[in-house]
Write a protein that binds this ligand. Structure first.
Ligand SMILES: Nc1ncnc2c1ncn2[C@@H]1O[C@H](COP(=O)(O)OP(=O)(O)OP(=O)(O)O)[C@@H](O)[C@H]1O
Ligand SMILES: [Mg+2]
Length: 264
């Protein structure tokens, strides 16, 4: 018999409510969080560099990037293809490491975290929305939204919390549908509900409207704006689209790995 895949295990957890192993992740002290809430940046990049090797030729993806974003900031990053948007989001999500410089999330240096703690940080404090939705095709809408909670052995599965999330994105009535039965806009709303399941401090979105028509794209942006205001979530949204880049409270441009603050 083949060993179970990640997907099989996820299904088992979902159906049988298997509780994953306990983590050693130490949550930040909530008092410290309240104290620093208004004064500590949620996201801080200090002189961050990232390059890739393409044969003998190094490619600079990020060049001395400095950035500070606070709770509730909604930041858009516009730039040409290859400008460095996805690289910046990947570093923010802890999916890749900088060659130089510091990334500090909510007062914690990412370089000080173990792989395990980084995984937990990503799972619990960062929500990600992708251009192609990335929903699990054989899970229902409700199961897709519950998945991150189950993987994080949260007690908030199987009930009110998921309903609240699906109500929030206006899709509770489609809880038992499968992704293939939804429109693109609906799939992206499910993806947003899933990304918000942990009430993350940070919501990252890489071209979240790139696959939608302008009307559905606007609905998605409104929803993200609403979530940022309701939960004080710090949003970072990468886009090619100048119309999309106009929304939000902070505006950046990235070109050849150089980030420029264009906030008026
Ligand atoms: N894994 C990798 N290996 C080698 N080069 C890479 C890798 N990832 C990105 N790059 C290079 O780094 C630069 C920045 O890429 P990145 O994906 O961040 O751009 P982007 O702004 O997201 O582009 P797009 O708008 O096309 O998604 C590009 O020159 C790209 O070719
Ligand atoms: Mg990209």
């Amino acid at each position: 018999m083949n060993p179970p895949t990640f997907f099989d295990i996820a299904m088992l957890k979902l159906r049988g409510k298997i509780i994953p192993d306990n983590s050693c992740y130490i949550k930040p002290n909530p008092l410290r969080n309240i104290f620093f809430f208004m004064t500590t940046p949620i996201i801080q990049f200090v002189d961050v560099h990232k390059s890739y090797r393409n044969g003998a030729q190094p490619i600079t993806a990020l060049a001395s990037v400095n950035l500070r974003l606070y709770a509730g900031d909604f930041a858009t990053i516009i730039g040409p293809s290859g400008g460095g948007k996805t690289t910046l989001l990947n570093l923010l999500a802890g999916l890749d490491l900088p060659d130089r410089g510091q990334i500090i999330l909510n007062g914690r240096k990412m370089s000080d975290l173990s792989d395990h703690d980084l995984t937990l940080l990503r799972r619990e404090e960062i929500g990600i929305v992708f251009q192609f939705f990335n929903l699990m095709p054989t899970l229902t809408v409700m199961e897709n939204v519950e998945l991150p909670l189950l993987l994080a052995h949260s007690s908030r599965t199987g009930g009110e919390h998921t309903k609240t999330l699906l109500d929030y994105v206006g899709l509770w009535h489609r809880a038992d549908s499968f992704p293939a039965e939804l429109s693109g806009g609906e799939m992206q709303r499910v993806a947003i509900a899933r990304a918000l399941a942990h009430r993350p401090a940070i919501l990252l979105a890489d071209e979240p409207t790139g696959n939608l028509d302008s009307e559905n794209g606007m609905k998605i942006l409104d929803l993200m704006r609403q979530a940022s205001a309701d939960f004080q979530t710090t949003v970072v949204l990468a886009t090619h689209n100048p119309q999309v880049a106009k929304i939000g409270s902070r505006h950046f441009e990235i070109r050849d790995g150089k980030l420029t603050d264009k906030t008026p």
